[in-house]
Ligand binder design. Structure first.
Ligand code: C2E
Ligand code: CA
Ligand code: CA
Ligand code: CA
Length: 280
């Protein structure tokens, strides 16, 4: 393509324009999606270590597009983060999760579960975050500790001092905070020492091939013993096979999440999952 002489800037400009147009298109569509309830949470079960009983769910957002079908979060959250739309999405998501907790408490009063919601970097640094979460919790009378928040290390690195203040404000209100994708950031261990958090989730890239890869095995073992000595809860994500679940059981006390149990389920199916667990 370089041979097309002098084409560099000629091709670059139209591409930039095309990107801008595409971004505008996605943002416009996302706004419509928000207004017409196309963005809904699915819920993936998180199981206790041993025996494997339901503890709660991770809320994973899905875009139910009327023409394009189901769009996964990796395809629109990054765009939303480049605009103010991420804040409206966050507000909607926390509201939906709190409403779901209230509904499940009505349906299964004797089987309390948690919902963990993902927050991106910009959401963590939003000065309205704590007030927004508080508002939904109070409105739905959510039990303390049943709404959890998942943050990545990347979002902490963006502004460590402010992130620490936000995390501590959330935890003071009884909202557990866990570090997501643990082990993938470059300064994981520093953060564990600097921030008070309630738990960590070991990234699925270390979990998949546990038992097959000696390196993954060693990393998971190290992360679990670190978490244990810091008294942090651990969730292992991406548990796809019985072998991996058994291996994790030998390493320690991690809660398990993955396709072995269930993928992220639409609300009605998650409710059925909860009710069947609650029946025993
Ligand atoms: P994540 O928080 O690391 O979520 C875990 C991802 O692993 C989910 O992908 C989940 O469906 C997938 N997964 C679960 N079990 C298995 C398994 O056994 N094997 C494999 N291969 N994958 C498994 P998903 O739903 O596509 O979400 C992707 C990312 O999008 C999430 O990564 C999270 O960072 C982000 N995300 C999802 N929902 C939200 C949201 O409401 N707000 C924000 N800000 N980000 C979100
Ligand atoms: Ca997560
Ligand atoms: Ca994760
Ligand atoms: Ca991730």
């Amino acid at each position: 393509a370089k041979a097309m002489g002098g084409g560099r800037s000629m091709r670059y400009l139209p591409k930039m324009r095309a990107d801008a147009v595409q971004r505008l298109e996605i943002e416009t569509e996302l706004l419509t999606a928000l207004e017409t309830d196309q963005l809904r949470l699915s819920y993936q079960p998180i199981m206790s270590a041993n025996p494997h009983t339901l503890m709660g769910f991770e809320a994973l957002i899905r875009w139910h597009h009327p023409v394009k079908g189901l769009i996964p979060p990796d395809e629109f959250i990054p765009h939303a983060e480049q605009s103010h739309l991420i804040f409206a999405i966050g507000d909607k998501t926390i509201g939906q999760a709190c409403a779901q907790l209230a509904e499940w408490r009505r349906l299964a009063p004797n089987y309390p579960v948690t919902i963990s919601v993902n927050l991106s970097a910009r959401q963590l640094l939003d000065q309205n975050l704590v007030e927004m979460v508080d508002r939904h919790i109070q409105r739905h009378d959510v039990a303390p500790g049943s709404l959890k928040l998942e943050l990545t290390e990347t979002s902490i690195i963006a502004n460590p001092a402010y992130a620490a203040a936000q995390i501590s404000a959330l935890r003071k209100r009884g909202i557990p905070v866990v570090i997501d994708d643990f082990g993938t950031g470059y300064s994981s261990f520093n953060h564990l020492a600097d921030y008070e958090v309630d738990g960590l989730k070991i990234d699925k890239k270390f979990i998949y091939d546990l038992g097959k890869s000696r390196l993954s095995g060693a990393i998971v073992k190290a992360l679990m013993s670190l978490a244990h000595s810091l008294e942090l809860d651990v969730v292992a994500e991406g548990v796809e096979t019985d072998e991996v679940a058994a291996e994790l059981g030998r390493e320690g006390k991690a809660a398990l999440q993955g396709w072995l149990f269930a993928p992220a389920l639409p609300a009605e199916q998650a409710t059925q999952y909860l009710l069947s667990e609650a029946r025993g």
